[in-house]
Write a protein that binds this ligand. Structure first.
Ligand code: PMP
Ligand code: GLN
Length: 380
């Protein structure tokens, strides 16, 4: 992979450490996860649940997930055949792509795109077909999507709530997606790791809600996001049995089976529905708290309806490109952000940076306090 360097998240987190800066770059909470879940996993280890579980994941965990999926999305998926536990959401996406792609296949990817998608496609010898979301609302240009479909189009990657922009799929988008793929063999890879991180009372339009779209979808989730434990690297994929068989062929020789005690603990913790149902409200408060603080600055907010992230324009401060501006912000104020051009293969620069607001209030306060050191028009 000669063109591939180190992911922007690692680059920026390393700089945050080096400069002892406030890290609003990489997406991870700095507040504590549930003590109850820690206890449950600890208990699983003490109880001796320390050997391999089934290749597809602990069956009771898959059963609990099937129950959750039915309650939330009205879809009766089968724990035995339709769900596989994975070491994270990224791995689930990679495995789904690897299961379906042949050399020369095309995959439609919307940009800004989460950084793993394009390398995941290319390493399989396939070709990413890039479509830019419409700035500044980051909506999907469906006419362009239809114009880029060829007989090599094998899949389309959807991500809602969206990283880095916080945009979410609407009913109109689902309808457009349905019309676009109907009568084709195109798969949908649906990255739904921010399933519960959706705000403003908007519903999460999971592919799991739509029987026709589910027949062609691999839907990918992350417990790291749902339970404030990104470092646990555990997630799952849901797909129709005939596709899940292929997914497991790849999975069994790459990971085989995931961390057992975490699966035991999460299976028990899934009884606590409030833990995931209240997450959107909790993180929305953080978004609003951060947005309130940011009103003291001259940054201009773009809309965010989900995820951990809010994007901001900085034209009142600077004419620099976003990478240079993010570095300047680090060195001048000691605050780390992510330049959104990093999510475009051609480095398209709308002069927007991404802030992660999944932080303690004092962290957000400290960051914004530091940003106030920035003089309008003085940075360059
Ligand atoms: N997709 C998106 C859009 C993400 O932001 C993340 C977060 N890291 C992931 C996938 C991967 O999650 P995980 O850490 O479970 O691999
Ligand atoms: N998803 C997180 C983000 O967008 C980071 C994950 C990672 O570092 N790979 O910041």
């Amino acid at each position: 992979m000669p063109e591939v360097g180190t992911t922007i998240f690692t680059v920026m987190s390393q700089l945050a450490q080096q400069y002892n800066a406030v890290n609003l770059g990489q997406g991870f909470p700095d507040y504590e996860m549930s003590g109850e879940l820690i206890e449950l996993v600890n208990k699983a280890m003490v109880d001796g649940m320390n050997q391999y579980v089934h290749m597809a994941g602990l069956l009771t965990l898959r059963e609990k997930l099937a129950e959750k999926i039915f309650n939330l999305y009205g879809n009766k998926v089968h724990a035995g055949t339709d769900i596989t536990i994975t070491p994270g959401g990224t791995y689930a996406i990679f495995t789904a792509l690897t299961a379906i792609l042949q050399k020369g296949d095309e995959v439609i990817v919307f940009e800004p795109a989460y950084d793993s998608y394009i390398p995941n496609i290319e390493i399989n010898g396939a070709v990413p077909v890039l479509i830019q979301l419409e700035f500044p609302n980051y909506s999907i240009p469906w006419n362009e999507v239809r114009s880029k479909i060829t007989n090599r189009t094998r899949a389309i990657i959807i991500n809602s709530p969206h990283n880095p922009t916080g945009s979410v799929l609407r009913e109109e988008d689902v309808e457009q997606l349905r019309n676009t793929v109907e009568g084709t063999n195109i798969f949908v890879i649906s990255d739904e790791v921010y399933e519960h991180l959706i705000f403003d009372d908007l519903p999460h339009l999971s592919m799991l809600r739509y029987a026709d779209l589910m027949e062609r979808s691999f839907v990918c989730f992350s417990f790291g996001k749902t339970y404030d434990c990104t470092g646990w690297k555990l997630g799952y994929c849901v797909a129709a049995p005939q596709w899940m068989v292929e997914f497991r062929k790849v999975h069994q020789f790459n990971c085989f089976s995931c961390n057992s005690p975490a699966q035991v603990g999460i299976a028990a913790y899934l009884n606590n529905k409030e833990a995931y149902l209240n997450l959107g409200k909790k993180v929305q408060q953080k978004r609003d708290f951060f947005a309130g603080l940011m009103e003291q600055t001259a940054f201009t907010a773009l809309p965010s309806h989900g995820s951990y992230f809010q994007c901001y324009g900085y034209s009142a401060y600077s004419k620099l490109g976003d990478r240079e501006f993010a570095l300047k912000l680090l060195k001048t104020c000691g605050v780390v952000t992510i330049p959104v051009s990093a999510f475009y293969k051609n480095g398209k620069d709308d002069k927007v940076i991404r802030f992660c607001f999944a932080k303690k209030e004092e962290t957000l306060q400290m960051a914004v306090h530091k940003l106030l050191d920035l003089d309008v028009g003085m940075v360059d």
